[in-house]
Structure formats: structure tokens, C-alpha cells
Design a protein around this ligand. Structure first.
Ligand code: DQA
Length: 171
């Protein structure tokens, strides 16, 4: 089972700053990740919450069944040491996703407290980043059960985002 975790304000995807986050909604993303993981025989358990503690409880409660975590902590990326510690406490790998390129926006978004607790990040590639995270996690599991047939390819969702460049980033 793969956990899909979305933090504050990501329930508003589709209507929230579409020029930054695109038009894909959270239900669209959950469906995309479910389909990507299903191709590898993995189920998905998803949560979105605006409450840090609810995300921690969810991760802790599912820690024994989870084979991997896809997490977009939203603004908690920039503030939450508790989320960092929680991911470190899990026995499975996690991949952090940011829809926008946080490095090309306000300076405060370039500090990510969660990132060091993850195996890697997909940043700035729009909602498709969740797909890449799912495929990477599942393909790692595939390697563990060597000998099984490779899953059929899943159609990539179209990119619906222009890259965010400029902002107030000054190098
Ligand atoms: C975000 C980037 C964060 O800085 C922001 O607070 C979000 C969304 C992203 O997916 O690009 O809520 O995580």
C-alpha cells in the first residue's frame, strides 16, 4: 500500500492560484496516483488535511502497512520539524512532491525542513510530479520482488502548467 498525503490548502487545487498550481484537482491527482500504483499491484490510501497533527496521526497509524509515501506537505514543508521526524520514523521510503518550483518563488519557500527526511523530491513539474513519485516508489518495490512481469505502461497525464519562473528569486 502506498500512502498519498497532501497538506494544507491542497484541497483547493484547481481553483487555488491556477497560474501557479494548474487546473488539476486533488480528486484528479488521487485517481492518477491510484491508476499508476494499480499498474504495479499497489493500492493507495490518501489523506488531505489542513491540520499537521492529522497528517502525523495518519502516517503513524499506517506505518506498518505502508510500502511508500508520496507527500506534498504544502506550506508545512517550510515549517514542520514534526513532519520531518515522523517521516524519519517510518520504515518505508517517502518522496516529496511540489507542484510549483519552490526554488523560483519567494525566498522562504526555498527552505524545506521535510526534504532531508525523504528519499527525494519531484519539484516544479506540476501535478505530473505525483505520477513520477508513484512510479518511482512502485518500481523500487518491483525490484524487491524480482521475477514478476513488468506492469503495462500508464499514459502520462498532460502537463497543464507553465513553468513558474522569475518571482522574487535573485539567485
Ligand atoms: C506547494 C508549495 C508550497 O510552498 C506551498 O505552500 C503549497 C504548495 C506546491 O505543491 O508547489 O501549498 O507545496
Amino acid at each position: 500500500m502506498i500512502l498519498l498525503v497532501n497538506g494544507p490548502n491542497l484541497n483547493l487545487l484547481g481553483e487555488r492560484e491556477p497560474e501557479v498550481y494548474g487546473s488539476t484537482t486533488l480528486p484528479d491527482i488521487e485517481k492518477m496516483v491510484e491508476e499508476a500504483c494499480a499498474a504495479y499491484g499497489q493500492s493507495v490510501k490518501a489523506i488531505q488535511s489542513n491540520y499537521e497533527g492529522a497528517l502525523l496521526d495518519f502516517l503513524q497509524e499506517n506505518r506498518r502497512e505502508a510500502k511508500g509515501v508520496i507527500i506534498n506537505p504544502g506550506a508545512l514543508s517550510h515549517t514542520s520539524r514534526a513532519l520531518h521526524d515522523c517521516l524519519k520514523a517510518l520504515p518505508c521510503p517517502s518522496v516529496e512532491v511540489h507542484i510549483s518550483n519552490v526554488h523560483a518563488r519567494e525566498a522562504w519557500r526555498r527552505r524545506d525542513l521535510v526534504a532531508p527526511a525523504t528519499r527525494g523530491q519531484v519539484v516544479g513539474l506540476g501535478a505530473t510530479g505525483y505520477y513520477f513519485a508513484a512510479v518511482w516508489l512502485c518500481s523500487q518495490l518491483g525490484e524487491q520482488s524480482a521475477g514478476e512481469e513488468a506492469p503495462e505502461a500508464v499514459d502520462l497525464p498532460p502537463a497543464d502548467l507553465e513553468p513558474v519562473v522569475g518571482g522574487d528569486y535573485e539567485g
